[in-house]
Design a binder for this molecule. Structure first.
Ligand code: ADP
Ligand code: MG
Length: 711
């Protein structure tokens, strides 16, 4: 009889928390790159999912490639070499042939020096990438590749071979798809029994999901395509389920918080809408306001997000909501992300409140200490009814006498955690968030999954769609003539320059670009007055430039993207966007939204290089075709995919291992339904039937909370 080598229970899930370094065959040297790839424990290795599979259904014989598109091929390297190119730029090429007798070229324009060392003649590889036709031959630029030794056999026997995410660091310690596969296989053999079930049986039954340990095994070593499909569905469901459970529990907790009870529109609110506003609310504004009245009268804390396209009139709704608080004897706050916006809101809000005899204060960074102390004192003793300030300033330091409601403008920059932290202390004021960045429904389920959401889906009457034109350099004079005609009629224009680099903040080069542009325009648009605003100016300088434009003292405002959100000058009817091909769709949409805010017909010129990528072409075309923010967001999402949708700056999205928020929207929707039902039924996850779910949630929630970081 073989001696017992271990005394631990083979089904104890605790073993899955063991440091990956301890696993035979890993050790210190391999542990480090594994950790960097997210594999810190035994359990993580079991969840190191294949990024692709090779089988007869996914591999294309080279000879059968007839049109451009993404393909996976398996072939032998028959030749390799550096090909000299113009300007000292050489490229590296591989020739690959397979059993079909076809030949494919693989090309690298960058990193050729180290890449050429990776491949040897006679080696068998899987290549995955976009094939493009040149002459009679197809080639792939910068394909992904995996070295294989047993794939041909697998392909003829009908087996499915998983390929794992790799990289230079893993390669260096001998970890490639093949060795990872072996490592994972061994892990299953030794500790597969320890994998706990994390979904409640009731959920598995209801949605027809296979067991967790079976799914994990099958995602790595599927018997056939059908089993793999079921495994992938179960694991995606699981991933979405825990994400949504986090949102559901957060939301449920908020909903159970007692809130300040307001009374809907009172004397101030009515006077504001009836006497102060020069227009009637749109139907959509009215509807949203009714919802806010109901929320704030319910006795629970409101956490509502209002999505409304640029120019749909969110500010007015925010002000009316604040007046509900003031009417009930509370203070209100209005928060904006930047100083320019904050000051602009302050100017508007003060204008609205003065006729009502109410006092608003401004709070931004850089105010003199004596002034600031005075303001803070008046906020603390209740003299100030409304405070307008930047997010940072209000959240951190301000002591209110009795804050009843806070409006958070342009809140899409926040994540779930920021929101959960907001106003948790003290009286728990109602929170009304507003965003002019419409996002597709599929993403809203996650990004705003903890909130109640309403939409202002109607523009004020009489708005004319902005006439949008895509011009190349050749037509610059035509554009300038057009701008001059508008200026002659007393209108104003913006000219915007993008960030030159794809960096997050403005660089000197960006500023230079805008400065040069301003100088040229001053010349070309004489005698009209051209002014410049950019992010490297002192904030008082920016304010002065904005004020001059707002008051009509200047006719043309040249700006870097600091102008982006919320700026409101209804007399401006022309928006010229330089290098428009470099902007993302949502940014173009935001910028265009700076015009078309008054009764006059407005225009947007997208000045774009003649040579542009297919993606850029689609973006420009979408801008010319529609002014609907939701439609634009759908197109944007399709072009970029969920991962890039928010850019690098706004990381409002979770880091998912297997699910795709867009492609798997249906599974996401089911998982959300299941998670919200569970959170409702057992908010403490206290039932014995939910023990596995609870343990997994406790372990993974802190990690998924990472998705809520602000960028
Ligand atoms: P956004 O939703 O982009 O924040 P704003 O609140 O800045 O939009 O409003 C855009 C412009 O529309 C402002 O000049 C505002 O005064 C005006 N506006 C708002 N609501 C209405 C309405 N119901 N009718 C006419 N104009 C309106
Ligand atoms: Mg706004």
């Amino acid at each position: 009889m073989a001696a017992e080598t271990t005394t631990t229970n083979p089904t104890d899930p605790a073993v899955l928390d063991t440091d990956i370094e301890q696993f035979p065959g890993v050790g210190e040297r391999r542990a480090e790159p594994l950790r960097k790839a997210g594999v810190k424990t035994y359990g993580d290795l079991l969840r190191y999912y294949p990024r692709r599979y090779l089988d007869r259904s996914t591999v294309t014989p080279i000879r059968e490639i007839r049109e451009a598109g993404p393909y996976t091929v398996v072939g032998t390297v028959t030749s390799k070499g550096m090909i000299p190119g113009r300007g000292g730029r050489s490229r590296f090429e591989l020739r690959v042939t397979d059993d079909s007798g076809g030949t494919l070229k693989c090309v690298w324009f960058r990193g050729a020096n180290w890449i050429q060392r990776l491949y040897n003649r006679g080696d068998l590889y899987a290549f995955h990438g976009k094939a493009e036709q040149y002459g009679s031959q197809f080639s792939m630029a910068h394909p992904e590749s995996d070295k294989l030794d047993d794939a041909s056999a697998a392909l003829t026997t009908g087996r499915i071979v998983p390929l794992y995410p790799g990289g230079a660091a893993l390669e260096k310690v001998g970890l490639n798809s093949r060795t990872l596969r072996k490592l994972i296989y061994r892990m299953f053999k030794e500790h597969g029994l320890a994998i706990p079930e994390v979904l409640p049986a009731s959920v598995r039954e209801r949605y027809g999901l296979m067991e967790g340990n079976v799914a994990l095994r099958a995602v790595h070593f599927p018997k056939d395509v059908a089993e793999r499909g079921r495994a992938v569905r179960r694991l995606k469901f699981e991933e979405f389920f825990f994400l949504q459970l986090l949102l559901a529990l957060t939301k449920g907790k908020q909903e159970r918080q007692p809130g300040i009870t307001l009374d809907g529109l009172g004397a101030y609110g009515r006077q504001f809408l009836d006497d102060v506003l020069p227009f009637e609310l749109t139907g959509a504004q009215q509807r949203v306001l009714d919802t806010i009245a109901a929320d704030t009268a319910s006795g629970r804390q409101m956490n509502r997000l209002v999505q409304g396209d640029v120019g749909s009139g969110k500010t007015v709704v925010g002000v009316a909501a604040m007046l509900m608080a003031v009417d009930a004897g509370y203070q209100a706050a209005f928060m904006a992300p930047t100083e320019i916006l904050t000051e602009q809101h302050y100017a508007n809000i003060r204008r609205f409140l003065e006729p009502l005899g109410l006092k608003a204060h401004l709070l931004i960074g850089g105010q003199r200490k004596t002034l600031r102390d005075e303001i803070l004192a008046e906020i603390a003793d209740g003299t100030a009814h409304v405070v307008v300030g930047t997010h940072a300033v209000i959240e951190d330091k301000v002591a209110f006498q009795n804050l009843g409601l806070a409006v958070v403008d342009e809140q899409h920059r926040f994540g779930v955690v920021q929101r959960a932290k907001m106003f948790k202390k003290g009286q728990r004021p109602h929170v009304l968030m507003m965003t002019a960045t419409p996002i597709p429904r599929s993403l809203a389920m996650t990004v705003y999954g903890d909130l109640d959401v309403s939409a202002i889906d109607e523009l004020p009457a009489g708005r004319k769609p902005i006439d949008t034109r895509v011009y190349s350099e050749k037509r610059r004079d035509e554009m300038l003539d057009f701008v001059k005609r508008q200026l002659r009629e007393g209108r104003q224009a913006y000219v915007v320059y993008p960030l030159v680099e794809e960096s997050e903040s403005e660089t000197l080069a960006d500023v230079k670009d805008a400065e040069n542009g301003a100088a040229e325009l001053m010349e070309a648009l004489r005698p009209y007055r051209v002014d410049l605003v950019h992010g490297r100016m002192f904030s008082y300088e920016k304010d002065e430039a904005m004020d001059r434009f707002k008051s009509g003292e200047t006719d043309v405002l040249v700006a870097t993207t600091v102008i982006e959100v919320g700026v409101d000058v209804p007399n401006a009817t022309v928006m010229v966007i330089e290098h428009a091909e470099r902007f993302g769709l949502s940014q173009l949409h935001q910028l265009r939204g700076r015009v078309g805010r008054g009764a006059d017909q407005s225009y947007c010129f997208l000045m774009a290089a003649y040579k542009r990528t297919a993606d850029a072409e689609e973006r420009l075309q979408a801008m010319a075709d529609t002014t609907d923010g939701f439609e634009i967001s759908e197109i944007d999402l399709n072009l970029r995919g969920a991962g890039d949708f928010f850019g690098t700056r706004q990381s409002g999205l979770p880091d998912l291992k297997i699910g795709d928020l867009v492609k798997d929207a249906e599974i996401l929707s089911e998982a959300r339904e299941a998670a919200f039902a569970l959170a409702d039924e057992d908010p403490g996850l206290a039932d014995a039937a939910h023990a596995g779910t609870r343990a997994h949630f406790a372990k993974t929630a802190p990690r998924s909370l990472g998705f809520a970081r602000v960028g």
